[in-house]
Structures are given as C-alpha cells and as structure tokens.
Ligand binder design. Structure first.
Ligand code: NAP
Length: 257
C-alpha cells in the first residue's frame, strides 16, 4: 500500500493484541510508506498502548496515534477531533491513499428475541463517523483514493439463533455500506467477514450464547482448532484489498474463493 495516512477506527482490546483491530494495524503497517499515520480508536487505553508498540515493531515508517473514545456515545466533535489527528500537526502528510477500517463492535445481548425486552437499537454512529471521514479527506487531501472497509460477519447474511441484535446490526451495516458504494462510485467499499477468530469475542460466544446448539458449535470449533488467528484473517483481507477482485459494496467472506 502506498498511502501515507491510515485512518483506522478500531478497538484494540485489553492490551493482549487479541482483537482483529490490533492485528489490522500490525498487518497493514509494513505496507505503508514513509510518513504514514495510523489512528487507532478504542474505549480503553491499554490495548492502544500495546498496539502502538506492535505497530512500531512492524514498521518504523508509520506514526501510530492512539485515541481513547467510545464510538457508541461519541459526539460529532469527538469524532472530528479523532480524525483530525491524522492530518494535523507538523509535516502534514499528503496521502495518495486513505483507508478507514470500521472494526469496533461487540456482541451485546445474546438472548432469544422473545427475551429481548430492554429497549435497544442498532447503532448508527458509524454513519456519522464515515461521513466526517470522507468530508475531511476530500477537503484536506482531495487527490487521495478513499477505501472504506466495514468489518462485517457471517451474521450479516445468515441468522444465528439468540444473536438477533448482533445479526441485525451486522446486516444493517452491510446495507449502509452497499448504499455508500452505490452513491460514491469513486470510493472503494468492502464489507469483509473475517471468519471465526480465536479471540475474546469467541470466548464470549462460547459462554454467553443462549442457544444451546449454537453455543456447542462454538465450543467444538475451539476444541477442534477451527478458529482463525486474527493475523491469518488480516492477511486475507489485505490480499482482497490489493487484488481488487471484488465489486465495491460487496460482502466478501474469509472463506470465499
Ligand atoms: N471474533 C470473531 O469471531 C468475529 C467474527 C466475525 C466478525 N467479527 C467482527 O470483528 C470486529 C472485531 O471484533 P473482535 O473479534 O476483534 O472482538 P474484540 O476483541 O472484542 O474487539 C472489539 C474491539 O472493539 C472495540 N470496541 C467495542 N466497542 C467500542 C466502542 N463503542 N468504541 C470504540 N471501540 C469499541 C473494543 O475495544 P475497547 O474494549 O477498548 O473499546 C475491542 O477491542 C467486530 O466488528 C466483530 O463484530 C468478529
């Protein structure tokens, strides 16, 4: 990748580099040119500090900028400040390629829909964040190619019992980014389903899923070594982005040919 700035919105987890976001940073960093900037967003500082160390090891050319922010409650101004950190300060970069990874996500309540009585709704902060991102790139780096990567899931296209809210959230996000692709022919948009990852989210899936059958599927996958290291999935994501064999807005799964 030749881009000079990566605007990356992610959760970096609890400092163990267990999350996909941290693996994206680590995997993408060596592909970036001198003077590149990478902004990482998470609610907790520990994971960001650890990610910063991993990025430094992966590439001396990339400056990692940690931003502690809860994207679920962040205001427009908070998001603008996070994005500005990629472009502000001395030696303002003039990137040829700018990427954003919408990675932050959590499973939420894993109950059957008949038991979902608390008022919950699909989170749309990603829409605001993405609009602010595109506006900022276009005003500060008008010639840069924009790539938007939504970290999706098999749950966007397949129903999982007792995962109704998560499935609906992922399906809704996929459609938002499909619409973005239709509206913005000059922007590359990818909905990437990373496969089942061997990390904290899967541990929650194995223990908190209300549906017995689904819970035991997750346990079997862990016991049979079928969960993927995050770095393996990130390798595939980078191959997909570089090969450009997808149509903008497509949902592409790790297991797709
Ligand atoms: N694990 C899987 O098997 C799997 C499969 C398919 C898709 N995915 C998707 O992959 C993405 C990454 O998940 P993961 O597996 O890496 O799980 P994870 O380890 O729990 O990572 C999620 C990250 O998102 C961050 N985050 C959550 N809510 C946030 C918020 N409101 N604001 C800012 N950051 C937030 C968390 O960091 P903080 O806690 O520090 O905020 C956490 O590090 C998610 O979108 C998930 O839906 C995962």
């Amino acid at each position: 990748m030749s881009g000079k700035v990566v605007g990356r919105l992610l959760g970096a987890g609890d400092g163990r580099l267990s999350g996909l976001g941290a693996a994206i940073c680590e995997g993408v960093a060596p592909l970036l040119g001198d003077g590149s900037r990478m902004v990482g967003v998470a609610r907790t500082a520990g994971g960001l500090t650890s990610t910063e160390g991993q990025v430094k090891k992966a590439s001396a050319k990339v400056e990692f900028i940690p931003v502690v922010l809860d994207l679920g409650v962040a205001s427009k101004a908070d998001m603008e400040n996070a994005l500005k950190s990629a472009f502000g300060g001395a030696n303002v970069p003039s990137p040829s390629r700018v990427l954003i990874f919408h990675n932050a996500g959590s499973l939420g309540s894993l109950k059957y829909l008949k038991d979902q009585v608390d008022q919950q709704h699909v989170q749309h902060s990603v829409v605001t964040l993405n609009a602010l991102f595109m506006g900022m790139v276009r005003s500060l780096a008008p010639s840069a190619a924009i790539e938007v990567i939504n970290i999706s899931s098999l749950c966007a296209v397949q129903p999982f019992k007792s995962w109704g809210l998560y499935c609906a959230g992922k399906a809704g996000r996929d459609m938002l980014f499909k619409v973005l692709a239709a509206e913005e022919p000059n922007v590359t948009v990818l909905n990437y389903a990373p496969g089942p990852l061997d990390n904290d989210m899967q541990m929650i899936a194995r223990t908190e899923t209300a549906d017995d059958g689904l819970r035991s599927v997750f346990s079997s996958m862990k016991n049979e070594g079928k969960l993927l290291p995050c770095s393996t999935s990130v390798g595939k994501l980078i191959d997909i982005l570089n090969s450009k064999k997808f149509k903008s807005g497509d949902h592409v799964d790790y297991y797709d040919e």
